[in-house]
Design a protein around this ligand. Structure first.
Ligand code: ADP
Length: 679
């Protein structure tokens, strides 16, 4: 269904009587912010509830959108070529970023830098690439501690609803060999001691609003869902390893168990509100504030791990300086509480289910949809408040009402105005209080020191050159090295090229393997997701006319014969350009350096330059150095044409270069942050 509605300025003023056919709606269609969406059948009920609770007005457009809108609500992904303004409810690249492998990689980078801060995600290995590493590391721990009897959970990349997941006790498990040949997957340490309620394992689904990427703004819903297993939990052993109703908390699986209890009561049944769980824990003396604070911390740190690559996607889809929408997104965080109440991240969902009804079997094979009050309670509030926060007119109304309030305070006693019946100027006053709690930038001070990769991503993006790409070419990498003054007698430009080729090739082969197994053929035609395999058609953007150039990627054969459909004037030039791209290092643009490869190269350079320090200090020192040289360059460009030299900016305090002595207090001070706690 395609639909549109208006975020009414009378929001909260009981304008429920307004309907699409109401004269008020037709007479003043431009009064409120316009919202546009495409919905699947599954989401319709939810939206009718949201509209009802928010007093929004709805109009359906069976033949598509007519005018630009303020908010666009897409069912699945960001892509819609037709949006040049407003706000879209999806970030480009989010679906890719929260896949199991990508998320594991992003968290791992952060764990390398900050091992203690990022221990909320089970140790994971990526299959098939890291199978040997997985087997070797498990063996090593077992050798050191023969009493260690671990369990591992294997999860196919891109899977959902428990699909294809299984438990193993040892890397040599025969089915793992099957996994190695089929879909890429993540194998993860299984959390054997979850917190149980009524002897059942459960997980928590929390809704998080990423309101903006730059500046980073995160909100967490005050309530979530707890999804219960339907078979009493036992620690995994060879007899119960296959009991999905005991080990997997997915609603989609457990709903098929005869033990599943649908309940309208938020604190009983197989799906409950998270607040009901907290109430119960609180009655047993658990420090609920600490649990919440740990969860908030987990959410902020996870988002911090995801933002660098999201920024790369963002600038590629919505280049700065060109018209485009801004983005926001509701994410579903799946969290498991351990027996000691420590929250562990299981996964992040880019498209969390927003169904508010469940199927009830009336008679064998005959189903009806029944409202689920628990889902309704949590999800309607999340969507309603997301709209309230994203409403572009909200700020205007807020500042207007603040001004009015200020004026009335200046004029007379507030009590007088109350007595005189001055209406509440805030139109939202009559709506329930916002269920979404801002956690970032509110707690930015405690977490900003973790945002090193974000700063690396800013450097990466700066050197991407042509907007719209996501990979750094060899020339861009060289420019980065030169502009940041990282080459020296001990790091020649030839060594820089070798570093580039080495790391880029390794990352390309890893990401190609992954994509090969699960990307549909249709993505071949997408310029953003090309695969470069011998014989495959590759699309490049011509440097002269910026039009698409198709050719077959045949590394062994000359490229010239494969350039298709070009006017002869351009052909020579483009052939020369393609050969320049390929021949020195034989790497095609779509397998140029990705952000992760850049990060690896950056780590290497940082370790080389600032020896003897913990990794995060080495990396931070190198970032400081790069940012310093780039700011000098920017200043130079600014004063270009004017006389005079660049003003007295002093270099960052870099006490640890090359052969410098062991870390001194200055370097350490900067990073000796107290462990963040959220009030
Ligand atoms: P999916 O996307 O297929 O739902 P999840 O990563 O959410 O995959 O895993 C499915 C279920 O498996 C989770 O809801 C949880 O109950 C269980 N699970 C996943 N990872 C672990 C883990 N490391 N330890 C214990 N249980 C886990």
């Amino acid at each position: 269904m395609q639909w549109s509605c208006q975020l009414s300025p009378e929001i909260g003023a009981h304008s429920a009587a307004l309907s699409p056919s109401s004269p008020a709606f037709q007479e003043s269609p431009a009064q409120g912010a316009q919202l546009w969406g495409t919905l699947s059948r599954a989401q319709e009920d939810l939206w009718y509830q949201v509209l009802w609770h928010s007093w929004l007005m709805l109009e359906q457009f069976p033949f598509g959108r007519r005018l630009p809108c303020d908010i666009y609500w897409h069912g699945v992904s960001f892509h819609d070529n037709d949006i040049f303004s407003g706000q879209v409810n999806k970030f480009p690249g989010m679906t890719e970023m929260v896949r199991k492998i990508t998320l594991s990689r992003a968290v791992r980078i952060m764990r390398n830098l900050f091992p203690e801060e990022y221990n909320f995600y089970p140790r994971s290995w990526i299959l098939p690439d890291e199978f040997q590493l997985f087997a070797a590391q498990v063996q090593m721990v077992k050798d050191g501690d023969p009493s260690w009897k671990p369990t591992f959970i294997v999860k196919p990349d891109g899977g959902c609803q428990g699909d294809g997941i299984y438990l193993i006790k040892d890397p040599s498990d025969i089915r793992l060999a099957g996994t190695l040949q089929s879909r890429p997957a993540v194998v993860q340490e299984y959390i054997c001691k979850p917190l149980l309620i009524d002897k059942l394992k459960f997980d928590i689904r929390l809704y998080v609003l990423l309101k903006s990427l730059d500046p980073l703004e995160i909100y967490i819903a005050k309530d979530g869902l707890s999804r219960f297993c339907t078979e009493p939990y036992q620690e995994p052993n060879s007899r119960n390893l296959h009991h999905v109703f005991m080990h997997l908390t997915n609603y989609s699986l457990n709903v098929h168990s005869s033990n599943f209890i649908h309940s309208d009561n938020a604190s009983t049944g197989s799906k409950r509100t998270f607040s009901s769980i907290l109430c119960r824990l609180s009655s047993k003396g658990v420090d609920i504030k600490k649990v919440w604070s740990d969860i908030i911390s987990l959410v902020i740190k996870t988002v911090i791990a995801l933002t660098p690559e999201l920024k790369v996607f963002y600038q590629s889809d919505i280049p700065t300086g060109r018209p485009g929408p801004t983005c926001f997104q509701i994410l579903g965080f799946d969290i498991l509480l351990m027996k000691n109440l420590k929250p562990m991240l299981l996964e992040v969902n880019a498209n969390p289910s927003m169904r508010i009804e469940h199927e009830h079997e009336l008679s064998p094979g005959v189903f009806e949809n029944v409202p689920s009050l628990v889902d309704e309670e949590v999800k309607v509030a999340v969507i309603r408040d997301t709209l309230r926060l994203m409403d572009p007119l909200r700020k205007k109304r807020e500042s207007q009402s603040q001004q009015l309030e200020k004026a009335s305070v200046e004029k007379e006693d507030p009590l007088d105005s109350e007595l005189a019946g001055v209406p509440d100027t805030n139109p939202e006053a009559q709506l329930p209080s916002i269920c979404l709690k801002q956690v970032f930038p509110k707690y930015a001070k405690q977490f900003n020191y973790l945002r090193l990769v974000d700063r690396m991503a800013n450097l990466f993006i700066r050197f991407l050159g042509i907007k719209g790409t996501m990979k750094l070419g060899p020339t861009g990498f060289r420019t980065f090295i030169r502009n940041c003054r990282l080459s020296s007698s001990s790091l020649s430009m030839a060594a820089v090229d070798i570093l580039y080729i080495d790391i880029t090739r390794r990352w390309s082969s890893m990401t190609l393997d992954q994509r090969d197994s699960d990307l549909g053929e249709q993505q071949l035609s997408s310029s953003k997701h090309q695969r470069t395999r011998p014989g495959r058609r590759v699309r490049l953007d011509c440097p002269t006319c910026h039009g698409p150039v198709l050719h077959r990627w045949e590394p062994e054969r000359p490229l010239r014969g494969h350039v298709l459909g070009l006017r002869s004037g351009f052909r020579k030039e483009v052939c020369a350009w393609i050969e320049r791209c390929f021949s020195p290092i034989a790497i095609a643009p779509d397998v140029w350096m990705c952000l992760q490869a850049f990060i690896e190269a950056f780590f290497f350079l940082a370790q080389r330059k600032f020896k003897m320090l913990p990794l995060h200090e080495q990396v931070a020192s190198l970032i400081d150095l790069c940012e310093y040289h780039l700011s000098l360059l920017d200043e130079k460009r600014l004063v270009c044409g004017r006389s005079g030299t660049v003003g007295g900016r002093s270099p960052p305090h870099l006490p640890h270069q090359d052969t410098c002595p062991p870390p001194c207090a200055n370097g350490a001070d900067k990073f000796s942050h107290p462990r963040p706690t959220v009030p």
